[in-house]
Design a protein around this ligand. Structure first.
Ligand code: GLU
Length: 432
């Protein structure tokens, strides 16, 4: 049936409305504030404030029972100006176009701040991975990879792990792409198992990077990290690695949590024992040597350093007044709302922004991609040394910009990144 629907006044969709989500509001708010500080010309606001491309796919996946699940997946590419796009894909019940758009924009700033030759991207499939069998996840991943063929490629857009995905999914993704191309294409994803063209050190990279950045920040503010008490929300790929590394260098990890709850010990947790418990039992539930609290309560434990390493929007107007720390190091993407950040600033609590704090992951992804292209492998020490150097240099750029622009570290980090991308956009000009 032909339709001839006139838009009603008040019904119009405004610029950017398709990305509508709380996370996109946060990312846009940050971009606007950094843009204003830089006095960014309107042309570049127009060119950078929204993603360049997005693909939405609906596809069927057959369950083990024979039933067919209808799933929705996304891939958002924020800017094509800096080279191929780069960023993870996640599986979760809340995954949406707007969430991927916000995360893709943050990937652009993260890569630009670190000087990596990529624009930002992010993708995901809306699903509940804990309810799916390994076989179902494999079929889901392979179909999602096949659906993305029109927009990905080793020199176009290179996915990686994110929440709910890891080496196993990257191996399936790489295999699916390779089957379609007729030969092995290792450089189509990063975060792969080492035997399939992955790099040593990628699994630990995000957590290790969090610690390298925290060390540099502590040196700068005169805090002895080995004397510091640290509370970590999240005990997954990022939180558990950061906890282990902090424990190894002598910091006192007083609280950690996972989705089921948190554990606290003001004398310091025995992190290797906690990790063994989680390996044996799957969660922190029942861990004998600590006080048990709710998953968000660990953010409020008295300490010097709080590391949100779980998910977005965890530090809010609700709990920001109750944080009792000197430093928040954002290991997750977008864990602090702008309103909460204002409260933290007024309370003199420093925030180390996500685009710097968790950039170790994509930096080692870049090392992986370079090694895949070179067909030459680097050793672990080399990777750790380069990672540390690159993160420290980025932190130096952030503190220089913060001094120059008289602003906090988030605005400084975003300004450095936005300036770089805007300069590239200016030099490339506008086609045609
Ligand atoms: N998903 C990670 C991030 O948010 C890593 C992305 C990548 O390695 O490309 O930074």
């Amino acid at each position: 049936m032909a339709t001839d629907v006139q838009a009603q006044e008040g019904d119009q969709v405004g610029p950017g409305d398709e990305w509508g989500s709380e996370l996109y509001r946060i990312a846009s708010n940050q971009f606007d504030r950094a843009g204003a500080l830089l006095e960014l010309e309107p042309e570049f606001v127009t060119r950078l404030s929204q993603p360049r491309r997005a693909l939405v796919v609906n596809f069927p996946v057959r369950r083990d029972s024979g039933e067919v699940l209808g799933l929705t997946g996304y891939r958002v590419q924020h800017t094509l100006t800096m080279g191929p796009t780069k960023g993870g894909f996640r599986y979760g019940a809340d995954v949406s176009l707007g969430e991927c758009a916000a995360l893709a924009m943050w990937m652009t700033w993260k890569c630009a701040l670190l000087g990596l030759p990529y624009g930002g991207a992010k993708g995901g499939v809306r699903c509940t991975p804990s309810t799916l069998s390994a076989g179902e996840l494999e079929r889901l991943t392979r179909r999602y990879a096949a659906e993305l063929i029109p927009v990905i490629g080793p020199d176009r857009d290179i996915p990686a792990p994110d929440m709910g995905t890891g080496e196993r999914e990257m191996a399936w993704f790489m295999d699916t792409y390779s089957q379609m191309m007729g030969h092995s294409v290792f450089e189509i994803v990063t975060g792969k198992p080492v035997v399939l063209g992955g790099t040593t050190g990628r699994r630990e990279a995000t957590g290790l990077g969090v610690v390298y950045v925290t060390e540099a920040v502590c040196e700068r503010i005169g805090l002895d990290i080995r004397e510091a008490r640290v509370a970590i929300q999240g005990f997954g790929n990022v939180g558990a690695v950061a906890a282990a590394e902090l424990y190894a260098i002598g910091a006192r990890v007083v609280a950690v949590s996972d989705a089921t709850g948190g554990i606290v010990d003001q004398d310091g947790l025995d992190i290797p024992a906690v990790a063994r418990w989680v390996a044996d039992h799957g969660t922190l539930v029942g861990y004998p040597e600590a006080e048990h609290v709710g998953p968000a309560d660990v953010l409020e434990v008295p300490c010097e350093i709080v590391i949100p390493a779980a998910r977005e929007q965890q530090v809010t107007v609700e709990n920001a007044p109750r944080l009792r720390c000197e430093l928040v190091v954002e290991a997750a993407n977008g864990p602090t709302t702008p309103e909460a950040e204002t409260i933290l600033r007024e309370r003199g609590i420093l925030v180390v922004p996500d685009v710097l704090a968790n950039a170790g992951g994509v930096t080692v992804s870049y090392f992986e991609w370079v090694q895949d292209h070179q067909r030459y492998t680097w050793d672990e020490l080399d990777i750790q040394e380069r990672l540390r150097r690159q993160l420290r240099a980025a932190f130096g750029r952030v503190t220089d910009a913060a001094d120059r622009l008289a602003c906090d570290w988030r605005l400084a980090a975003l300004s450095v990144a936005i300036e770089r991308v805007a300069l590239a956009a200016q030099m490339r000009g506008i086609y045609p």
